[in-house]
Design a protein around this ligand. Structure first.
Ligand code: AMP
Length: 176
């Protein structure tokens, strides 16, 4: 049963070569979002995976992590917290700067996003090198949370990003 749902979700993730720059094959999730049944089952399958874990809050990473994170939070009856690009969150924030393959980036979270010791499920659409999720895990710690689990819709296994997150045993619904 879940195998056929996973097969359908996989079929709805489209490769866009050379986006956003030459040499990158972008995994486009918009066909999945356009299919109400498949989108719903992607959230149901992720909820099943984490339903029995003690989770207090779901954190999503801007911007596609908001789509899956917010839907998952609703389905799990948990609060949702956005981690955003610098300058977007209106109240006092913690910030993390991190290195990318070329250059660097930063993310922010509200200082009052959750209570100290909150068990957080961190969600993003895709695991590539793991740099973004790793930085976000550090940001969650700065804000007083504990990363209880990390979930992705898609993992690009050839990039070995899970190694970067091995302490957290990341979960991915679909692997390419
Ligand atoms: P990384 O930090 O390398 O794991 O990159 C993960 C972040 O970049 C996620 O927020 C993804 O949405 C985005 N990303 C990286 N590579 C791709 C790709 N090939 N297709 C779609 N999104 C990607």
């Amino acid at each position: 049963m879940s195998d056929s749902r996973i097969k359908r979700i996989r079929e709805l993730i489209r490769d866009i070569p050379d986006f956003p720059k030459p040499g990158i094959v972008f995994k486009d999730i918009t066909p999945l979002l356009s299919d109400a049944d498949a989108f719903r089952s992607s959230i149901a399958l992720l909820s099943e995976e984490f339903g029995d874990k003690a989770i207090d809050t779901v954190v999503g990473i801007e911007s596609r992590g908001f789509i899956f994170g917010a839907a998952l939070a609703l389905n799990m009856h948990k609060p949702f917290v956005p981690v955003r690009k610098p300058g977007k969150l209106p109240s006092a924030t913690y910030r993390i700067d991190y290195d990318l393959e070329y250059g660097s980036d930063a993310l922010e979270i509200h200082k009052d996003a959750f209570l100290k010791g909150a068990r957080v499920l961190l969600v993003d659409d895709l695991l590539a090198t793991g740099g973004t999720a790793r930085a976000t895990a550090e940001l969650i710690s700065k804000a007083g949370g504990t990363v209880a689990a990390i979930a992705f819709l898609v993992e690009l296994t050839f990039l070995d990003g899970a190694k970067n997150l091995k302490y957290f045993k990341p979960y991915s619904l679909i692997k390419f």
